[in-house]
Design a protein around this ligand. Structure first.
Ligand code: AQP
Length: 328
């Protein structure tokens, strides 16, 4: 039986954190066992906001090594860099020409990120979701495993696929979004009302995958808590609910069981337990990362092989798109 196809990606725009890990990579590792997976380093998306060229090029290699260190197996999944495959910007342009300004200006991520730059934001930031739709549709993707913040963009990709198909003929598969029920939105440790984010200026709000054990303990110790002292997953306890979600993902223990375990215990004890499971969970990733990152030849080979496999599929889709639109 033909396996379902999966596409997803992460921007090399900063330090990978446990929100990216829980919301995206953890799903990818599980799904690659019985799906045909394409995992991309979406560097063209990263430059929609200013990046230091030297840091960006280092972050692309770091992210590749981290994908593998987290358990993405290049023998099972295709790993490649977005800017190496020019089919992505080519399809994005064609999709730009059927996208409406109105729909793009309603995208939450655009509103949040452009709001911070007071009218100086790039056209690339505005078009970000169209490039993401091109990434997904080029591979005739069935499923897109992402965190909740990217759900709206996958919905736009669905809309654009349907719009294109109805205008030019059935070319694109219409993809489905895949999210964890719990953990699709990990919040900042400092401000549990905002999403944990690579671009957070407050380093204390995120736990990065390459943080030292000492830093992890320090960040968890100083994480914001709620009033009261019960350890319960409840809407009025957003800080503790966030910490319980992280705890559950790293320990593999259900939240209900964690609530029972910490019944009558204080936040200090709970945070010590959380710090233990997070440091234990990240230690092997950090170790594996160091090994893989030091082998430049291996990393280049993974990306070169990945690009070849990606282009085989994307090239075929783009050819059909050109023909349908009447180009070339
Ligand atoms: N806090 C989060 N909780 C759960 N999932 C998350 N993701 C991001 N933050 C969380 C998921 O991680 C994947 C990669 O995201 P991205 O790099 O493409 O961009 P993003 O969604 O904008 O992530 P960041 O960390 O907030 O980066 P910056 O600050 O650079 O914009 C996606 O699947 C995303 O849903």
């Amino acid at each position: 039986m033909l396996q379902k196809r999966v596409f997803s990606g992460i921007q090399p725009s900063g330090n990978l954190h446990i929100g990216n890990y829980i919301g995206a990579i953890k799903q990818w590792v599980a799904i690659q066992q019985d799906h045909d997976c394409f995992f991309c380093i979406v560097d063209l998306h990263a430059i929609t906001v200013p990046q230091d060229p030297k840091i960006l090029s280092e972050k692309i290699k770091e992210l590749t090594a981290l994908y593998i260190a987290c358990g993405i197996d290049p023998k099972k999944s295709v790993i490649f860099v977005q800017s190496d495959n020019l089919d992505h910007p080519a399809l994005a342009w064609i999709l730009d020409c059927i996208s409406s300004m109105g729909q793009l200006s309603r995208m939450t991520q655009y509103k949040t990120k452009s709001g911070k730059t007071k009218g100086q934001s790039s056209v690339g930031l505005f078009n970000y979701p169209v490039l993401m739709a091109a990434d997904i549709l080029l591979y005739q993707t069935d499923e897109v495993p992402v965190g909740e913040d990217q759900k709206q963009h996958v919905e736009l990709a669905r809309d654009l696929a349907e719009k294109f198909n109805s205008r030019f003929g059935e070319i694109f598969k219409v993809p489905e979004v895949k999210m964890f029920k719990i953990g699709a939105r990990i919040m900042s440790l400092r401000d549990p009302s905002s999403k944990m984010s690579k671009s957070d200026k407050d380093a204390g709000g995120t736990i990065d995958l390459l943080d030292s054990a000492k830093d992890i303990v320090k960040k968890i110790k100083s994480a914001t808590t709620d009033s009261g002292k019960e350890i319960l997953f409840r809407p009025d306890k957003e800080a503790i609910s966030n910490l319980l979600t992280i705890y559950s993902h790293f320990s593999g223990t259900e939240i209900k069981k964690l609530e029972q375990k910490y019944q009558g215990k204080d936040y200090k004890k709970f945070k010590e337990g959380l710090a233990d499971v997070v440091t234990e969970g990240l230690e092997p990733i950090r170790k594996e990362y160091r090994r893989i990152r030091s082998d430049e030849t291996y990393l280049s080979k993974v990306l070169k092989d990945g690009l070849r496999k990606a282009e085989e599929i994307s090239g075929k889709t783009l050819e059909e798109v050109y023909k349908a639109v009447g180009l070339g």
